[in-house]
Every structure is written in C-alpha cells, then in structure tokens.
Design a protein around this ligand. Sequence first.
Ligand code: NDP
Length: 288
Amino acid sequence: RVDGKIIDGREISRQIKEEVKQEVERLKSEGCTPGLAVILVGDDPASASYVGSKERTVQALGMHSEVIRMESSTSEGELLGEISRLNDDPAIHGILVQLPLPAQIDEQRIISAITPEKDVDGFHPVNAGKLMAGLDGFVPCTPLGIMVLLERSGVDLKGKHAVVVGRSNIVGKPMSMLLLQKDATVTVCHSKTADLPAITKQADILVAAVGREAMIGREHVKEGCVVIDVGINRGEDGKLHGDVDFEAVLPVVSKITPVPRGVGPMTIAMLMANTVESAKKTCGSQNN
Ligand code: NDP
C-alpha cells in the first residue's frame, strides 16, 4: 500500500532519458547532434559535482558535450565573452551556466546574455515571460520535471487546489504558472504567508520548494493530498532530506515524492529533453 503512494522519480527520469536517447539517435541519423555546453566558474564542490553528472548524462545519451571550467577569479567580461562564443556556435544547442556565480559576477546579467533560443535552463527573462504568456519557450527543468511526474503518476489537476510553498524564479513561480496552465486553482505561499498550515491543508496538490528540512508536517497536509517535495537539505546525519516530514505525512497522503529519488533526478532528465528540443528547432531551420 505504501509502495503505491511513492512517486518513483528515478524510474520516471530513466524513462525520459531513454526517450531522449532515441530522439538523439534519430536526429544524429539526420546529421544533427544535439550539443550542450556547461560553464562552471570556480571550484565549489557541490557545483562541480552537479556539472560532472550533467556531463556524464549528456555523453550517455549520445549528445555532444562541452564543459568550460573557469577560474573563480574570472571577470564578468570574460564570462560574457565565453557565452557570446557559445551563442554563435552551431554545434551548441543549449548553454547552461552553473549557479551560484562568484560575487564579482552579476548573475542576472549573465542569464540575460545567453540567447533565449539556447537557454535550456529557462531562466532568461524572455523565456520567463513566454511561460507567463502561455507561449512556447524553455521552461525551468525542475518544475517541468514535476509536471511530468504528476502526469505519469495519473494525477488530474483540473479544478484541483494546488498550493506551492516557495516563490523563487527557479522553482516556485514557474511551478505555479505550469499548474495554472493545467487548470488547477493555484495558491502561492512564501516566508511572509500568515498561517501556512491553514492554507496548505486546503491543498489537493502540495508542492514544497523552500529549503528547510521537515518544515511541512502532518499538520500541513489534508487526507488524500498529493505531496511533491522539491527541497534538498543536508541533514545533521549527513544525508539528504526534503522539506517534508516524509514519515509523518505518509499515512495520510495519496501520493508523495521521496528525497532522494523524487524530484531531483527529473531536473537533469528535463535538461536533456530541453536540449534536444532546442536542437530539433535549429537543425530543422538549417535544413530549410
Ligand atoms: P529559494 O531560497 O530561492 O526560495 C525559497 C522560497 O521559500 C522563497 O520564496 C521563500 O520565501 C520561501 N520560504 C522561506 N522560508 C519559508 C517559510 N518559513 N514558510 C514559507 N515559505 C518560506 O530556493 P529555491 O526555490 O531555489 O529552492 C528551494 C528548495 O528546492 C531548496 O532546498 C533547493 O535546494 C531545492 N531545489 C531542488 C532542485 C531539485 O532538482 N530537486 C532544484 C532546485 C532547487 P520569500 O520569497 O518570502 O523569501
């Protein structure tokens, strides 16, 4: 019974990657190899590890991978120069700058320098605007991956009350737009929200994207709720924990994503999917 409640993000991400791999093979047979460039500035170990796993996944799916490692003393101008080169490189269909960046570099300026057509992270203001307007553009990988998890787990969103806790540009805001597009009634909560449990308890679908271990407990969740846990927190035990007190809410939820192996693996899978989508558009236009 408990097994049926758990949304297996690792398995669903495996399916997505398999589908992407087949699409890559098809594109390659037509003379187009999707390419992703990842820029890492500095030597933050967590960032280096994320970049490493992106590089391995790109290669495993048969795509072209370029990783640019730059010194932590890199100037904004040097980084902008690298982005400009990649914007013009026809072998590259997706450009990702690993965040956070060192203090001397303005993150927003860097994000805005990536051409929106190659912004597979979906962070460029043009892509954020397109999402808001319901136009076709790149959608940030984590919320996009959550939509795939919900869809493949048979969760119907129409007319349901979805509550999103967190309003970042990377997760909370795009998440709420995507849920709205699928006809959910959406409430967005944040650090200034008064009486959070009173609101989250109304949720048919609850998305927690805060970054505080176990902040969502039994008192936040109504019977039958679908809980999506985006949080990644390193606990005192050295292990990864979500924003949700998994054990406490498990008896009452209808479905839940675990941490790890829930939302996390989907992010990288959707990055691959976005890169292939980008390649499909450019390769198609080059043939015309
Ligand atoms: P941010 O720190 O950018 O945003 C956190 C949000 O939580 C803010 O909107 C903040 O509100 C809100 N918040 C903080 N405290 C409370 C509170 N007590 N009650 C209600 N809301 C609160 O984080 P991100 O959105 O980037 O990431 C959120 C979590 O998701 C992190 O743990 C991160 O590691 C994880 N993450 C996981 C990914 C994955 O692949 N699984 C990908 C990206 C992130 P306010 O705006 O008012 O400050």
